[in-house]
Design a protein around this ligand. Sequence first.
Ligand SMILES: Cc1ncc(COP(=O)(O)O)c(C=O)c1O
Length: 404
Amino acid sequence: MDKFWGSNFSNKALKVRPSPIREMLSVVNQPGMISFAGGMPAPDVFPVKEFHEGTEVFLRDGPSLLQYGTTEGFTPLKEYLSEWTAPRMGRKAALDEMLLTSGSQQVLDLMGWAMIDPGDYVITEDPSYLAALTAFHNHGSRFIGIPTDAEGMVVDMLPEKIEKARSEGKKVKFIYTIVNFQNPAGCTLSLERRKKLVEISNKYGVPIFEDDPYGYVRFDGDHLPSIFSLDQEGGVIYAGSFSKILAPGTRIGWCTGSRDIIRKLTVFKQSTDLCSSPISQALIYEYCKKGYLDAHLPKIVADYRAKRDAMEDSFKKYLPLDEVSWVKPEGGFFYWIHMPHIDAEDLFKKAIEKKVAFVIGAPFFANGGGEHNARINYTYSTPDTIEEGVKRLGEAMREMLGKA
Ligand SMILES: Cc1ncc(COP(=O)(O)O)c(C=O)c1O
């Protein structure tokens, strides 16, 4: 082991795991590859011109924007967000119930700092967002996975799981759920289950972490009330993000919750990054206050809906339909497909030969499973490349099934 570094690494560093899909994804940049692998917005819908307009703020407020900001976040943006999110949150959150963060990914890490001791348990959906599992794992978390179906987490299973864990002396710290257009499964937690989840959380005193970066990207049907808005006891923390509705390069997200948890997260944020970029927060505020965000949302919804439809049509046209099933997502970025007779890792290798990439299902499960699943992104490609990519994927599947 290296004299300086390796021999001095922390236990955390020795246990940290690089993303299991990173290596796989290194092939994605090969020439001619069609990638359904990432989770990125379409670059051609970024509102470059409108965002750039906000840079005039430098001539007005340059010195303060180039200074350190407050850990809590840029007040005008918090005020805007409090108002803008009120319909979803059921009320206007007070400013000290909100924290602006460096992406919503930072909320995941801060929740780890505030809530998780090594050996504690977090309840997650099976499957769940890979970088959430990694962030919690880095704080020493173990996981209790709850299956999902077309209506999201099967919340009826929670009481038994919580009681069993407690009877075994396990500490269950919170329930992590991606309520809308889940990453990776694409599903949305039904209203009935949202209500039940709040009931269970209140009954057992297990808080809920409602992660909602995709909620505003809805193609069909009506928005559902957030879990935060259904809870009257202060047991829910809600995380949102500008990444999917504006641009991930802004690296700004937020969370809303009761003062107890927001204060703790703020203290940990102080030692993590002091503050999120004041420049970025001010540019977002300039953009939003001119009404550009409200005007932009219908554009991305229309663009991504057309791509979702292109993918749905291509699936029906090119995939072996008796061997693949999926639920059409009502919003968000992903399809999640199930292939009972195809190993996703083998399919990945075959697909790469045919120059189409996706993400295999297994890494999204904290405790194993998902070998016959794949996550397929549609927002990043054009409808034409979607059709060509799905055609290649269908060929790869048929070859694996011996039906080519
Ligand atoms: C479910 C979920 N939560 C959080 C994030 C983090 O997003 P960001 O840090 O860009 O806000 C992502 C990104 O893909 C995500 O899918």
